[in-house]
Design a protein around this ligand. Sequence first.
Ligand SMILES: CC(C)(COP(=O)(O)OP(=O)(O)OC[C@H]1O[C@@H](n2cnc3c(N)ncnc32)[C@H](O)[C@@H]1OP(=O)(O)O)[C@@H](O)C(=O)NCCC(=O)NCCS
Length: 160
Amino acid sequence: MNEQTKNQINTVRQGQASRRASSVKVEERTPTPLEYAKLRDSARWDKMDLKTIEQGLKNSIFSVCATFENEVVGCGRVIGDGALYFYIQDVIVVPAFQKKGIGEFIMNEIMKFLATVADQNAFVGLMSAEGGTGFYERYGFEERPGNETGMLKIWRKKTV
Ligand SMILES: CC(C)(COP(=O)(O)OP(=O)(O)OC[C@H]1O[C@@H](n2cnc3c(N)ncnc32)[C@H](O)[C@@H]1OP(=O)(O)O)[C@@H](O)C(=O)NCCC(=O)NCCS
């Protein structure tokens, strides 16, 4: 990430005064487990144990945080094997700060990072929330064609 981005971003969207988030800083850093847990809560995602969160965050390839007055109001991460497969995870902006261009800033930083590490034909995946594909399409992501689909399993210990 360049110095300009690390500096405080006073205007998130130049020329769109109604959507300004003044003094939001977007920088490369990993959220603390507690910050991350709060961000997850704000998105109403399942709760995870703080130790598990700590371990997961440590294994990030890249993390970015958006902060306002030292409070984390957004984040985004890249996970994967660092060469063949990358997955974008945890792109979250807390509701009070949504629709001000912060998610776009987070994605821009993620895309800039990927441009420095992803080789030709590397796979970059993500899971979109319902109705959220439009947010990612602007970065060139597309739904899998035809009948190809993604699958997932949320691990429930009691049902194993
Ligand atoms: C998705 C999310 C990160 C977007 O953050 P945000 O800061 O509100 O997004 P921005 O203000 O930067 O919006 C950028 C653009 O994407 C569009 N956009 C935002 N959320 C969108 C969505 N869910 N679907 C389609 N487009 C969306 C905006 O309209 C805007 O477009 P515009 O410039 O043409 O007006 C935020 O809504 C969020 O945290 N949601 C809950 C967690 C979540 O679902 N994360 C994504 C996992 S798939």
